[in-house]
Design a protein around this ligand. Sequence first.
Ligand SMILES: [Zn+2]
Length: 367
Amino acid sequence: MKAHRAMLIKLPKNKCDVNYIRRLMALTNLFYRDFEIWEPDIPKTIQHDLYNFKNYMGSLVFGTKPKRWFARVWVTLKTLRIHQGGAMKGDRGAPVVLDFENNVVRLRRVCRNEHGCSIEVSMPKWVIERVKESGDIKFAMIGLRNNKPYLALIAEREVVQYTPSEYILVVDVNSWRHGIAWGLIKNGKLITWRNEKPDTFLINTFYHQTIDRERKTSKLKKLGYGSSAKVDEIKEQAHARKSKIYRITRDKAYFLASKFVRKALKYRALLVIDDMTEESRRELLEEGLPRDVIKLLMSNLKRFVHQLETLAKWYGVPYEFRRLPSTICPICEHKLIQERDRVMVCENCGFKASRDMVPMYWAIKVI
Ligand SMILES: [Zn+2]
């Protein structure tokens, strides 16, 4: 099985011609639609790569299918890899050179259309890590995000999934309000479990600070100071706090995905993911929380699930998605009643457990 991971590198904007990259992205869209347009002033090597990229689309990770006409599509390019000792792999004339001897990435005429133009960026350490894990970076992509140029490197690796041991690691994805619950099961027995969430106190503080500032600006607007420097300053502060909340949940998402995959590897466990983000969203709606609070409590959860799956594939961890109910009794399948502090009780057989634990009992029962 082939596994892929993409790594983004920000390119120096002052050294790149954003309009040129935009033009390459538009051409990629046309080539995807089988139009053969050969622009005389664009290097042949790059145009050949654009035209052939459909042949290796399976090796790419994102942005390969244009969503609509004239949409910008990331430009796929071949790479040349120079390893320690000078051993070379790939196309010698490739526009992207990964030099692991000097730890630099060189881009030839992809950022700016000038003869002999080449820019160099230092090789991020995670690229070196992926290569150490026997990943090969056959392709790179260049594109714009919010009008800023980026290079994406796509590492590919041949992976064999291990055969799971007697361990099962269950990951139950909820909103950040209740956190992500996980449990480690050995031979049908739950041996450890925890609930992980970011610092909700901090999120709460930032949230209330944001609201305060938003109220202040609308008050000032009503008084006719809508376009003053003071309003701009307060708006900026509100925005900064909101971004901080997103950063907290994003960092937690990446941290947890890596933690769970490491745990699965340690026990050679089968990873079972219960992605119930939609159910959690409904639960929050029923609680009557404001929509922007719900948005924050759900932020980066999709990213978490995606990262967890990407890492599981990359490290050969066997995994499956499974719906594990939290409102049905795992013993007699009767409907559970929720008591205070999210304790679930079965009136039929007397089963009682925390709501986050119910899916773990289901996992023991069905897997
Ligand atoms: Zn029951």
